[in-house]
Structure formats: structure tokens, C-alpha cells
Design a protein around this ligand. Structure first.
Ligand SMILES: [Zn+2]
Ligand SMILES: [Zn+2]
Length: 149
């Protein structure tokens, strides 16, 4: 009979190897069993996945990706997900460049003055652009480029 411990979550006796070593607890083992921890992990994963599908979750990802790119280029400015949501709200589904109604989900974050041409990563240099415009504009400066569609 292996040593058991009562899990503080499911209140079931579980073999000691279902707990991990936790020096700061009284008996030196974690409070919850493996099954409970795994269940919680899966629930959290679902929660995170559901959040990522929300408007705020998507904005968070867009802002984070953008900030990472800026950091990679050595630009210290950061935008928040709220900054990006504000830009999207102003755009109201319309591409800044070609004025086409692309729908909010199809608008991408675009730096008016490209980051690696000295543009800042601040809301006043960021517009919502449809993917074709963003792609065709690339690293060109706004006055060197016209939407082609
Ligand atoms: Zn348990
Ligand atoms: Zn466009």
C-alpha cells in the first residue's frame, strides 16, 4: 500500500506520487492531486482559448505582436490593446488607404511611417489597413505609394 494523501480539492486519498514536491507546504507535498491539477489546466486552457476569440483578446494579440516587432527593431514605444481598439473603432471596418469596407476582422495594423524607416510605434502613426493594402505598401513611405485596388 503506497503512502497516500487527501487532495484538498477532490478530498480523495491519492497516492503520494500524484503530488509534486512543494517545500513550503506542511508535509512537503502539493495540496492538489495530479487529476485535479490537470483538470484545472484544461479549464484554464479553454478559458484562454475562449478569451482569444473575443474582440479584446484579438486586440491583445495584435498589440503584443506589434510591440514585439517594434522591440525587435529596437523601438521602445508600446501600444496597448485599447489603443488598437480605438484605432479600429475609428476605422469602423474601413481601410485607411483604399477606403474599402473590409470589416473589422480583416483590418490589419499598419504603421503609416514604417518602423524601420524611422516611424514610431505610437497610436498616431498606426492605422487600420486591409491586408492587400498593407501587403502592397510594405515598407514604402505613404507619399511613395498609392493603393492599387
Ligand atoms: Zn484531487
Ligand atoms: Zn485597403
Amino acid at each position: 500500500m503506497p503512502e497516500t494523501k487527501i487532495c484538498s480539492k477532490c478530498k480523495q486519498p491519492k497516492p503520494l506520487y500524484d503530488f509534486y514536491k512543494l517545500p513550503q507546504s506542511k508535509d512537503g507535498y502539493s495540496y492538489t492531486c495530479y487529476d485535479c491539477r490537470h483538470k484545472r489546466y484544461l479549464e484554464n486552457k479553454d478559458k484562454i482559448r475562449a478569451y482569444q476569440k473575443t474582440r479584446m483578446g484579438k486586440a491583445c494579440r495584435t498589440a503584443n505582436n506589434n510591440n514585439q516587432r517594434a522591440k525587435f527593431l529596437g523601438i521602445p514605444d508600446r501600444i496597448t490593446s485599447r489603443d488598437w481598439l480605438r484605432i479600429l473603432e475609428k476605422a469602423n471596418g474601413q481601410c485607411y488607404h483604399c477606403k474599402r469596407i473590409a470589416g473589422e476582422d480583416n483590418l490589419t495594423l499598419d504603421h503609416l511611417y514604417p518602423l524601420f524607416k524611422g516611424g514610431t510605434n505610437t497610436p498616431d502613426n498606426i492605422v487600420a489597413s486591409c491586408a492587400p493594402c498593407n501587403h502592397s505598401k510594405g515598407a514604402k513611405l505613404p507619399h511613395n505609394w498609392e493603393p492599387s485596388h
